[in-house]
Design a protein around this ligand. Sequence first.
Ligand SMILES: [Zn+2]
Length: 137
Amino acid sequence: MVCIYCGGNTRVTNSRSSKKNPGIWRRRHCDNCNAIFTTSESPDLSVSISVIKREGSLETFSIDDLYVSIFKSLSHRREALNDARHLTNTITTKLLAECINGAIKIDALKIVCLDTLNKFDKAAATYYSAYYPNKPN
Ligand SMILES: [Zn+2]
């Protein structure tokens, strides 16, 4: 990657992957102007995960939809916005691990959400299963 200030060559002086987020953070140093800046990389989840629906069709995974579903389940909590953001990251990391050939079944996705919510807040898990019942409709 080139320097954001002068366009010179940069090298990575430090990098760290995050346990909570499926991304990596890098500190870069420009050999030309000595600027130091950080970059972060994260997977483009919309193209990384396909969701297999019950009837067999594929749908592109949407982290926004996931966030909304988690936020709805947490709406009784005072820190719902923050909690939903953290849980969405946790769930996304788990989904990436559960994917087979880049795809995950909708029921498996819901189980990951439910398990994660259940460990965090039992009431939220109850709300989630009421909003998104895990049975054929
Ligand atoms: Zn530079």
